[in-house]
Every structure is written in structure tokens, then in C-alpha cells.
Design a protein around this ligand. Structure first.
Ligand SMILES: Nc1ncnc2c1ncn2[C@@H]1O[C@H](COP(=O)(O)OP(=O)(O)O)[C@@H](O)[C@H]1O
Ligand SMILES: O=C(O)C1=C[C@@H](OP(=O)(O)O)[C@@H](O)[C@H](O)C1
Ligand SMILES: [Mg+2]
Length: 196
């Protein structure tokens, strides 16, 4: 791309080298930007992008709210585990997961086994401002959805913290967050000079 400078290319190259054949898996709460940022990161790295929720909707021919309504959360987690397990079989790709995926022990173990995981973290007000704009998150259909989001945050943060990397998602342009993700991945590259 014309507007990209040489540093951007270098960083993307290093990130691609760091990944090798592994997938970069984005985890974190609803509204953190996993779907939006993952897509930009994949485009910047020139590797495929996949969103596990989109893939679940494609194979089931149902929307996420319909799946929760028809089968409940435990069944959804089983489907999510199978879909993510299959998506992890080949790479490199950027895989954006749904917020509950990394909370499931088996899905988390599968991700840890052969991928680079990155926690896209954000504060409660940022998440809230983003999720209230859409009506597509069944877990937030409660009497006090902001409190529900806060409870999920408290319960899930120790598990998200098990991810390999962490980037703070905040109210700046998505491209900025995407660059920080790429820099974090590039930072894991072990070069020959680092090794001795
Ligand atoms: N850095 C950002 N600045 C502004 N809006 C953002 C940013 N990152 C994500 N968003 C927006 O927030 C909403 C939720 O993002 P999304 O990618 O769906 O999150 P997740 O997949 O983690 O639930 C979307 O409308 C997205 O465009
Ligand atoms: O946090 C969760 O348990 C969920 C997050 C959603 O994905 P996003 O995190 O992309 O919103 C989606 O998978 C489903 O509504 C359940
Ligand atoms: Mg998403």
C-alpha cells in the first residue's frame, strides 16, 4: 500500500515470521474489538481472517441469538469448541473468537496447544459504549446488562490473563490498536542474536 512506510512492512514481516504456521487467536470480552481488529490485523499481515462466531453461524445456518435461544449456552459452547478445534487445524490465520470461547477449559487448552493467543483488554465503560449499540449479544439480555458485563469481566479476567499477549483496546482509531497487536506479535520473534 502506498501510504505504508517501511517500518510498517518490517513490523508485519516480523509478526508473520513470529507466527510461522500458527494462528493468532484474539480473546477478550464482548465489545473489546476482537472481530473488528482481527480483520484489520489479518489484512495488514496478508493472511486469512476468520471469526468463530461467523463460522458457527455459517455451519449452523442460525444466528448466535437463535442458537442460544434454541439450544442454550452449554450446547453453544460445545459447538463453539468443535468449530474452533477445526479452525485451529491449519494456519497461519487470524482467528477472532467469541468472548466465552477462551473461558471454556477445553477450548482454551486447544488454543494454547498450537496458537499465539492475544487478550484484547478494555475497560468496562469502553466495552459498554460499544455493546449497547447492537442487540446481538444474548448474554446481555438481563435486567441490568451493564452489571452483567461487569460480573463477566470479574469472572473471566483471570482466564483471559492466561493468553500469551495482552493489548489494551481503547478509544483510539482501530488501525492504531491493530498496529499495537502486530507489534506485540512481532515482539515475540526470537532472533539468532537473542538466543546466545
Ligand atoms: N478502537 C475502536 N474504536 C472505536 N470503535 C471500535 C474500536 N474497536 C472496536 N470498535 C467497535 O466496537 C464494536 C464492537 O467490536 P467487535 O469487534 O464486534 O467486538 P468483539 O468481537 O470483541 O465483541 C464494533 O462496532 C466495532 O466497530
Ligand atoms: O462473551 C460471550 O460469551 C459471547 C460473546 C459473543 O461474541 P463477541 O465477544 O464477539 O461479542 C458471542 O460469542 C456470544 O454472544 C457469547
Ligand atoms: Mg466478535
Amino acid at each position: 500500500m502506498e501510504h505504508e512506510n517501511i517500518d510498517t512492512h518490517t513490523m508485519a514481516d516480523r509478526a508473520r515470521m513470529a507466527l510461522g504456521k500458527r494462528n493468532l487467536v484474539l480473546v477478550g470480552l464482548m465489545g473489546a474489538g476482537k472481530s473488528a481488529i482481527g480483520k484489520i490485523v489479518a489484512a495488514d499481515l496478508g493472511i486469512p481472517f476468520v471469526d468463530s462466531d461467523h463460522e458457527i453461524e455459517r455451519v449452523s445456518r442460525m444466528t448466535i441469538p437463535e442458537l442460544f435461544q434454541a439450544y442454550g449456552e452449554p450446547e453453544f459452547r460445545q459447538l463453539e469448541k468443535r468449530v474452533i478445534g477445526r479452525l485451529l487445524e491449519s494456519g497461519p490465520r487470524v482467528l477472532s473468537t467469541g468472548g466465552g470461547a477462551f473461558v471454556n477449559a477445553e477450548t482454551r487448552d486447544a488454543i494454547k496447544a498450537n496458537s499465539l493467543s492475544l487478550w484484547l483488554d478494555a475497560d468496562l465503560d469502553t466495552l459498554w459504549e460499544r455493546v449497547i449499540k447492537r442487540d446481538n449479544r444474548p448474554l446481555l439480555k438481563t435486567e441490568n446488562p451493564k452489571k452483567t458485563l461487569e460480573d463477566l469481566m470479574i469472572a473471566r479476567y483471570p482466564l483471559y490473563a492466561e493468553a500469551d499477549l495482552r493489548v489494551k483496546s481503547r478509544d483510539v482509531k482501530k488501525d492504531v490498536i491493530a498496529s499495537e497487536v502486530i507489534a506485540a506479535v512481532a515482539g515475540t520473534l526470537v532472533t539468532k542474536t537473542d538466543e546466545h
